[in-house]
Design a protein around this ligand. Sequence first.
Ligand code: GTP
Ligand code: MG
Length: 701
Amino acid sequence: MGKIYDPKFIRNISISGAPNVGKTTLAEALLYTAGQIPQMGSVDKGTTIMDFDEEEIEKKMSLRSSLAFVEWKDIKINMIDIPGIPDLVAEVRSAFRVTEGIIFIVSASEGITIDTEKDWHFADDYKIARVVFINKMDSEEADFYSVAETLANKFKKPVIPIELPIGKGSDFKGTVDLIHMKAVYPDKNGARLDEIPSDMMDKVKEYREKLFDVVAETDDALIEKYLNGVELTPEEVENGVKSCTLNNKFIPILCGSALNNIGTTVLLDTIISFLPSPLYTGEITGKDPSHPEQTIRRHPDPQEPFSGFIFKTRIDPFAGKISFCRICSGVINVGDEIYNVNKNTKEKIAHLYMVNGKNMKEIQTLEAGDIAVFAKIDSLDTGNTVTDPTKPLLYEPIRLPSPSYFVAIHSTDRKAEDKLASVFQIIAQEDSTFHYGYNDITKEMVVSCIGEIQARIIFDIIKHKYKLNFETRTPRVAYKETITAKAEGHYKHKKQSGGHGQYGEVYLRVEPLPRNGGFAFDEEIFGGAIPRNYVPAIEKGAIEACESGVVAGYPVVDLKVTVYDGSYHEVDSSDMSFRIAGLHATKLALEAAKSVILEPIAKVRIYIDESDIGNVMGDLGTRRGKVIGMDKISEDVTVINATAPYSEMLAYSPVLNSLTSGRGRFEMEIDHYDILPASEYEKAKKQAELMKKEEEERKNS
Ligand SMILES: Nc1nc2c(ncn2[C@@H]2O[C@H](COP(=O)(O)OP(=O)(O)OP(=O)(O)O)[C@@H](O)[C@H]2O)c(=O)[nH]1
Ligand SMILES: [Mg+2]
């Protein structure tokens, strides 16, 4: 049976930062320092707790978030190691959603990158307390002071060191604790305290002053003492740093080398002392599912009714579906029944686990503030709220950007194609930013996600793990056709071939409907020219005619077909005859009704720096984009709201990257259809021909 931790003895921490800065290695060092594992594994050898997936071991990088925990001075620290690849934004947002603190890792040799900034802004959005850990101090290119300076200047809140490195590169030995004024060296018992090297005293004085300036601000009594030149005590500084960090007003910088396990004991102490517990963060609000306008409040209190939030799903080849649940309130026990509020289903908890990477340990009970793991409960999906069946409430789902990268999937192997859909389903459960669907117009499977790197990772997994082969290409555009004028069509279907003949005559009218009007059908037949029972067959024929239009063969939409006259034969008329007459009469009417091609228009949101507005707007103009408005959503970020033809935006990702030096991102979704300019007709017709050819090849294969 696992130990049960009171919420005030829990810390939930995200380990975040740009790719390759050492997040997984740091998690490994923390697990080792806290005694959770007997020796440190290595990313390069594929032996870490957090990067356990075959593909991660092969690529030597994290591809999804992993959870593990340590106990440090009686406090349980749940750590989520987030992959650095910027496309995997769902991993960042889901981890931030369920952790009260972040260890932000920055490389001492590479400094801040655009990816660091993006995650930092997410953390600001979620208002999460954080500490910075400047890693890789053992690297020869390490430059702690320059990185610390950039951090201090880059962000609005004070970001100031609370420790300084002793040496760097191969001489990096330990750190100076600026609060307690001690040198801290790694030791077989964790850490050894010593006097500060005398040659560092100038730097120490300089940085202690920076720290004191901020800390003194927290308290009037401290300001007075400080201004009168009275030295603040270590306790006063510590309390000041603690209160500022807990309340996210100040961000302390620490440093070390994850690889050599230097700086980890101070980091663990900092996590438990300065980062908030679930109890500290307190109230969580949700909505009453029956009255969404009403807010329900829960607290990380074991006495309250159970509620939890599923923030992550993993599909394990052996254990099946694994659901990670942040317990927001109450207690969960094996044998309890829980209610999935999103799905309206009840589930019995047969097993409950705590996990360390891939290792799952069965437990009986967990309390509010902790992270529980359920296995094999199919109805649970990421973003679902689970509660005590008698006390439901709904927590807000994880806010995720819409996809901006689209790829069509092609396979010449029919069996592989069927299997692909089921593999996509698994992947979509694990990654909420991955979507897929079959487009009936373009006759292709289209996958959408945040970016090209994410797509490539997913495709590699499918090829290696599921052994499925397929090709990818830019998706086709789902053009449609419509009419721009009223017109009439007449067709008499008459055949005499032994026995019963075939007879049906139809007069009909087509007229345009407003955009999104779809297809409408009506009849105005007088005097029984066509018996009523044949009208549905005529409608069927008209619908069939609209499946492929007369300009390039795309489906025809936004029109009304009205049958107003015709004739029939007592013996030879049938549903089939009238269907054929309806089909041809409609085709003839479409020919006369000035048919045009429609193209999908996307609503686009482009997030950029103010300085890139000119470039981005100029480029949008060349893509037939129309700017609707602009919003400055923060000090650094401006959003351009625009519409643009979907076809022009399919390969926009790399363009935006180069226009904004990697800072920009965009989201889009198809909003409406508009008439395709004549200059683009050739493209649409060529695509239609290709589709036809491919369809024939498929039929013959
Ligand atoms: N010199 C040095 N190398 C380090 C240190 N920490 C990690 N590394 C190396 O940096 C590389 C990346 O380490 P990871 O721990 O996988 O980095 P990560 O941030 O988890 O990377 P992603 O999850 O893929 O974004 C590996 O080769 C590590 O051995 C460090 O403190 N010093
Ligand atoms: Mg990693």
